[in-house]
Design a binder for this molecule. Structure first.
Ligand code: AMP
Length: 222
């Protein structure tokens, strides 16, 4: 069945499963996936003034300025093939970003504006536990969790067979608390913005990956 929605934003607190569920949707319905967190981590790995600035902000749990991320997104939106749907993970994260996105879409990609905003609801206690235990394959980026998603064979990535895993530098207890504060103050106001536009669907994000994925499947309709 063709999906009902193909122009999607996925929102939620840090550790709510946005990256994991975007990957599922991307695979199932062939969307173009843009993760601003992944893009910024690539920038922060570069030894340039911008890379060092971005790294300093991310590692401490602060947001990158709206102006910077909007420049990045303007370029990224141009890369979405016309025939493809898309999913935006981690953007918009502030109200000015949400408004700017509407303007960029109206001018850059008319007729392909958002048709669904998925909001993953997960209480703080869960997100802290999820973030503290997560890691990814250093080679292919497949995501794991020490409690909820271990590799089938200990120490070996299920997807590519490599043996090195890494953790994000901002996935420490102190930084998670700060990221949650930023989320409350700057990102939560975006929720009523999309609710007023009739785009918002709330999903209970607590539970195993496949259970949450099934709830999303029922909404997206694939
Ligand atoms: P994420 O992988 O989505 O958790 O993002 C990791 C970090 O990248 C965040 O904690 C922010 O520091 C930064 N970041 C990602 N997306 C944005 C955005 N839209 N606006 C500002 N900062 C962002």
């Amino acid at each position: 069945m063709a999906s009902l929605y193909r122009h999607i934003v996925i929102m939620g607190p840090p550790g709510s499963g946005k990256g994991t569920q975007s990957a599922v949707l991307t695979e199932k319905i062939g969307l173009y996936n843009i993760s601003t967190g992944d893009l910024l981590r690539q920038v922060s790995a570069e030894d340039t003034p911008l890379g060092r600035d971005v790294k300093g902000l991310i590692d401490k749990g602060n947001f990158v300025p709206d102006e910077t991320i909007l420049k990045v997104m303007q370029e990224q939106l141009k890369k979405i093939p016309e025939e493809k749907g898309y999913i935006l993970d981690g953007f918009p994260r502030t109200l000015p970003q949400a408004k700017a996105l509407d303007e960029m879409m109206a001018s850059q990609m008319p007729g392909r504006g958002l048709d669904l905003v998925l909001f993953l609801q997960v209480p703080d206690a869960y997100v802290i536990e999820r973030i503290i235990g997560r890691s990814k394959c250093a080679h292919c980026g497949a995501l794991y969790h020490e409690r909820y998603k271990q590799p089938k064979v200990f120490g070996i990535c299920d997807v590519c067979g490599h043996k090195e895993f890494e953790r994000r530098e901002d996935d420490t207890y102190e930084t998670v608390l700060l990221r949650l504060q930023k989320y409350r103050k700057l990102t939560e106001p975006v929720i009523p913005y999309y609710e007023d536009k009739g785009l918002l669907v709330c999903i209970d994000g607590v539970g195993p990956i496949d259970v949450v994925a099934e709830k999303i499947r029922q909404v997206v309709g694939y």
